[in-house]
Design a protein around this ligand. Sequence first.
Ligand code: PMP
Length: 417
Amino acid sequence: MQIKNKPPKALNINSIRQDFPILSQRIDNLPLVYLDNAATTQKPITVIERITEYLSYQNSTVRRGAYALSEKSTSFFNEARQKVAKFINAKQSEEIIFTKGCTEAINLVASSYGYSNFQPNDEIIITAMEHHANIVPWQLICEKTQAKLKIAPINELGELNLLELEKLINPRTRFLSLCHISNVLGTINPIKKIIELGHKHKIPVLIDGSQAAPHELIDVQDLGCDFYAFSGHKVYATTGVGVLYGKLSHLEQMPPYQAGGDMIERVTFEKTTYAAPPSKFEAGTPPIMEVIALGAALDYITNLGLENIKAYEHDLLKYAEEQIQDLIPEARIIGRAKEKASLISFVIDSIHPHDIGTILDQEFNISVRVGHHCAQPLMNLLKVPATARASFAFYNTEEEIDILIKGLKRVIEIFKY
Ligand code: PMP
């Protein structure tokens, strides 16, 4: 088990900011205020340098070359898999599959596990706060297998109703898939409890950890989840790589998701046998540079300490919520869960979120996300077409939140609220 609940240490934010070259640039003489970290995070210099070093001096394929360069590349690649396993405390690195992102990781499970296990009228439970990446893959597999999708409801604070969730479980329930943290509401779900609930009924549980991996200390053995998925680009690495953790007992039973080189044991025209996990699920040349850079990114955040990151971001969230509530009474914050990660979705009546985003960008160089956040069913439930969302990372500061408040005041002034 990972060591938990160490008292948080104060982070030196000024020095951390120096590690992120993008943050020091000015556009039209204004500093960049980057508040779209839930969409993608910026990259520390250690990650950038690792990529440069790899491409300059180490680039070669993995697993195949009988020459020193390729052997070196393979050993960096394998080392990165071990770093990922350690980061989420997986029992062994064979339980870590590299995908091209969290979306592909969920698709892999839905199609491989789903296709071989779901029967007509079986039921799969997801929640009302899911990203499209954790809805549509299940809809597709339901279409193919005639299984049915059930939706666990949320309350007015944006929290899951666990009693209602339990009521959905019945002898036909075959799978439960939910987010650790909502990308719209910021709600941190009590996933350990929910995983226990699933297992009480012998239901495997997948956790979409896209929004949690950058903020929470994750221990898949302690959680007991069957699958855990996240994306590299949200944990300060690049796009093009994601992680699927799966319990080895599941991975061994599951059929391949894609086929090609590297995932086989032996191929003849008559019959092919497959490699053991993780190779069975990694057809083709993998994203080698991206995987190695992911290892460097995990080193960077592990070095800062997830407890320290969480404590700092929690303070930022509180500050931002107070400032918005006190100084922008026209704004309505969407998502008031007691356990919340560092993001704020909000709407301002009669001002479209796209207008908010455009003015913040053009006049203040503030990047926020506006739109439905790939969660249209949740938007329908909340009865809003879109929201603006400010999401914070450990390199953000209270001064940047003050600039956001200034920007929002200007938005309201322009629209003569
Ligand atoms: N789930 C959640 C909760 C997300 O926020 C995202 C990314 N916005 C995804 C899944 C999909 O991640 P990716 O696009 O990196 O595959």
